[in-house]
Design a binder for this molecule. Structure first.
Ligand code: G3P
Ligand code: MG
Length: 251
């Protein structure tokens, strides 16, 4: 079976620059760029009133000075939060960014996004469609075609909604550990060109099965350079990493 084109880097900076800066902020993506990274993974979800923003968790508790569910807050309320002080004093006052602002920065800086659709529970379809449509609006200029984001999600439902709203963007189906028995079928259901697994669940056999079935293989979150070499040796196409200072960027 033919293997699809894979215009994505071999290394992608997890949540921006992972742990070196507050995750899912512009500061984190800038730090990744300062380390030579030209690809960033981000987690995107909807505010209560429909703005797409970067946040991993369903609540603001861990990564800001706010409390409560993202889905219960307006964008205006979220925009007032400090998403940097929880990490360190150097980042005090860093705001939660919108997806729009981050994508504009990435277009201007030559950074390709891996946009993970991270819906709050119960908002899978809505979030998948919103991410796909906003990505479409951001990438209408043919000059930016080379920077088109890869859309990914753990949610099959969100990926189906993204496919239906904007089929032109590549999709990767994320899987938790342990890898579910139906991973191949779920990739096919959403028309994914890649499976994206926890790196510890991967084996040479799984990589071979994916490739034999016309799927690329990405994995998260590998922070050990020796393990990264082993994964590339198996033919893994992309590694998502926090370790932007240990694992040099590979286009
Ligand atoms: O997209 C890969 C990775 O980010 C998935 O896990 O929990 O860090 O979003 P998580
Ligand atoms: Mg993620």
């Amino acid at each position: 079976m033919n293997i699809p084109a894979w215009p994505y880097a071999k290394t992608i900076a997890h949540r921006g620059a992972g742990k070196l800066a507050p995750e899912n902020t512009l500061a984190a993506i800038r730090l990744g760029v300062a380390h030579g990274y030209r690809a960033a993974e981000i987690d995107v979800k909807l505010s209560g009133d429909g703005t797409l923003l970067l946040m991993h968790d369903d609540t603001t508790n861990r990564c800001s000075d706010g409390r409560g569910r993202v889905a219960a807050k307006t964008w205006h309320q979220l925009a007032l939060l400090d998403a940097g002080s929880w990490h360190s004093k150097d980042y005090a006052g860093e705001p939660i960014p919108t997806y729009w602002r981050v994508a504009k920065f990435c277009i201007a800086s030559g950074v390709t996004l891996n946009t993970e659709i991270k819906p709050c529970i119960g908002r899978e379809r809505e979030t998948g469609a919103a991410v796909a449509l906003e990505t479409q609006a951001l990438f209408t200029d043919p000059a930016h075609a080379a920077l088109k984001p890869l859309l990914s999600s753990f949610s099959t439902e969100a990926l189906i909604a993204a496919r239906d709203a904007a089929p032109e963007f590549d999709r990767a189906h994320l899987f938790d550990s342990p890898l579910p028995a139906d991973w191949l079928a779920r990739c096919k259901t959403v028309g994914a060109i890649a499976m994206d697994a926890n790196w510890r669940t991967l084996t040479q056999d799984i990589v071979n099965v994916a490739h034999a079935n016309g799927l690329r293989v990405a994995c998260y979150t590998c922070n050990d350079p020796d393990s990264a070499e082993k994964l590339w040796g198996w033919g893994v196409d992309t590694i998502i990493t926090d370790a932007v200072s240990l694992i040099p960027f590979r286009a």
